[in-house]
Design a protein around this ligand. Structure first.
Ligand code: 9D3
Length: 248
């Protein structure tokens, strides 16, 4: 076997395509044109496209929703346009037949709550992510049964639809792709202080409107600075996220 002459500069090269199915494609506007996501797109690490669910309707009124069987308020997204969309984007409307590196996510209040570990898992084993944005009172359950590989919520509060959640998921995943940040340094820092909130940060000026930057940060004693930061992070975590300290 031939020995490579150079180390691979991108040993964990990962790319990801996101297809978002929504009744409000214009919601996403310039959302992917800034910061890390813009740079990742420019570098060819990610592709993101929002698709209008109505383009997969075939009736005159381009209906995407209907009244719930059994009665009740509100409307339910009907299955046919969503099945057609997923079939067009993945090649199949049976999740058993997707490419193993394709996942179809339904953003819904009934989903598993998104965590950093779930975002990392998507980066590890997925290259094509199809995101279905829920709306109204819900989505016909046959979508979850036949098409969806992962049903995800972003937290315990009520949104008016899945679109903001899709943005959150694209952002959380994209910044983990190798090369999207100045990655080595930043990924390292995140595991370094895992389980605690970040410590407070200050920049110039050292006094602003009578408020002082802590003296220890202005001196050069790096051991003292490290100890101050650890304690400040613990203090902030105890006050704002006591749940993080009760774990482990
Ligand atoms: C659980 C609330 N439902 C009771 C009748 C109604 C309902 C509220 C909001 C049904 C759908 C929605 C729209 N929300 C989402 O599609 C959604 C969501 C959310 O509301 N919170 C957190 N994560 C997500 S991901 C998608």
């Amino acid at each position: 076997m031939q020995k490579p002459k150079f180390k691979d500069q991108r040993p964990n090269s990962k790319r990801m395509r996101f297809d978002i199915i929504t009744i409000f494609p214009e919601f996403f506007g310039e959302a992917f044109d800034h910061g890390i996501i813009r740079r990742a797109r420019a570098a060819g690490l990610v592709e993101v496209e929002a698709h209008d669910l109505r383009s997969w309707t075939s009736d005159k009124h381009r209906m995407v929703d209907d009244r719930p069987f059994g009665g009740g308020d509100g409307m339910v997204l009907k299955p046919e346009p969503i099945f057609a969309a997923v079939e067009a984007l993945t090649g199949s409307s049976r999740r058993e037949d997707y490419n193993p590196r394709t996942r179809v996510v339904l953003l819904s209040p009934q989903g598993k709550v998104l965590t950093q570990a779930m975002a990392s898992e998507f980066v590890q084993d997925t290259e094509h992510l199809v995101l279905i944005c829920g709306r109204y009172e819900g989505v016909d359950e046959r979508v979850a049964d036949a098409l969806v590989t992962d049903e995800i919520s972003i937290g315990d509060y009520i949104l008016s639809g899945g679109e903001p959640a899709a943005l959150v998921l694209v952002d959380a995943i994209t910044r983990l792709l190798p090369g999207a940040l100045g990655s080595e340094t930043s990924a390292l820092n995140e595991s370094f202080s895992a389980g605690l909130l970040d410590c407070p940060q200050y920049t110039r000026p050292p006094e602003f409107k009578g408020m002082q930057v802590p003296d220890v940060l202005l001196g050069g004693n790096h051991a003292e600075i490290a100890r101050w930061r650890r304690e400040a992070a613990l203090d902030k975590t105890a006050r704002n996220r006591p749940d993080l300290l009760k774990k482990n």
